[in-house]
Design a binder for this molecule. Structure first.
Ligand SMILES: C[S@@+](CC[C@H](N)C(=O)[O-])C[C@H]1O[C@@H](n2cnc3c(N)ncnc32)[C@H](O)[C@@H]1O
Length: 302
């Protein structure tokens, strides 16, 4: 039996001033111990309702964590420069096409005729999938260059807005969407209370939120001097380098619960046969170590 122990240790709020005025940067140093006797025998298994309601209440610790904040989009410039390379690579890259994408799309419910927000749309990979499955899509991204490519790709079938996930999403009204999908975009936002509170506002009650992010244990070196419990800024060694945030599990789950979501499914996708064919030298390693985390949450009715 797998017993997970979680307890809330510290919340540290670090307010700073940015060029946008008051910018609340929230660094959460939280350790959570929850007695939870669920089994997770297979790495790729969907675990419905992993966090029961009493724990939602337990984690609903501070009003201040729900305040509206605005943070600089740290990866905008890098993605503006990367747009062409990203567009060429993402469709066929083993990690994107044969690991993260199948893991995430498997969690997306029926979108036919539904209003869906693609949050951090990049060059429109998920926008296209959602349109192909009958969704009516509004897509946002902070990168002008990425938006240009996504707009061309969707051929006028989706609506696009330039928006920062780390700030209020003023382009949309409350209860506008049936679902929100966000593929590998939240890793560039430090404070997830901001986007999750906005997503809860924009979703109808019962609406779904499916997202993928870098797994909290990917690149975490247990033998090094890293502090697992910190949200820390790191850099992807790409050309150009791309800054992102690594965070502990508690910093993935508690902002969701605090914003009014319940957790519906979690997967840690494993490489597919197509991945093995394309990257045989990485197959064994990625079959044993998590790279991405995919999650489906549902906006609570009240
Ligand atoms: C790895 S790409 C993923 C794009 C797309 N969702 C996909 O899966 O192919 C990350 C995207 O997040 C966008 N992004 C980064 N920071 C953002 C922010 N603060 N607000 C909105 N979009 C952001 C980037 O511009 C980029 O297009």
């Amino acid at each position: 039996m797998c017993v997970r122990l979680i307890y809330i240790q510290v919340c540290l709020f670090d307010l700073a001033t940015s060029t946008h005025g008051l910018c609340g940067t929230i660094r959460i140093t939280q350790r959570i111990e929850i007695a939870c006797n669920r089994l997770n025998p297979a790495q790729n298994q969907v675990i419905p309702d992993i966090v029961p309601d009493p724990i939602s209440i337990l984690l609903n610790t501070s009003k201040e964590t729900n305040m509206t904040t605005e943070e600089e989009p740290i990866a905008k410039d890098a993605y503006d420069k990367l747009a062409d390379t990203y567009a060429q690579d993402v469709e066929n890259s083993a990690y994107n096409a044969h690991l993260e994408f199948p893991g995430t799309t498997a969690l997306i419910p029926d979108v036919d005729g539904k209003q869906i927000l693609d949050a951090g749309c990049g060059n429109g990979r998920y926008t296209e999938w959602l349109l192909d499955h009958g969704g009516e899509v509004v897509a946002i991204d902070v990168s002008t260059e990425m938006l240009t490519r996504a707009t061309e790709r969707s051929d006028g079938q989706a609506e696009f807005h330039q928006a920062n996930l780390g700030a209020p999403l003023d382009f949309a009204t409350a209860d506008e969407f049936d679902g929100i999908v966000s593929g590998l975009a939240l890793d560039y936002v430090q404070n997830w209370h901001q986007p999750f509170t906005e997503f809860a506002r924009l979703l109808k009650p019962g609406g779904f939120f499916v997202f993928s992010v870098i797994h909290p244990l990917d690149e975490y070196n247990i033998d090094g001097d890293m502090n697992y419990f910190e949200i820390e800024q790191k850099t992807k060694d790409w050309e150009p380098p791309v800054p992102y945030y690594r965070r502990p599990f508690s910093a993935v789950l508690s902002p969701l619960l605090e914003a009014g979501f319940r957790i519906d499914a979690i997967t840690e996708p494993q490489p597919t046969d197509a991945f093995k064919e394309q990257r045989p030298e990485r197959f064994e390693k990625e079959s044993k170590q998590p790279v991405f985390l995919c999650l489906r949450a549902v906006r609570r009715e009240s």
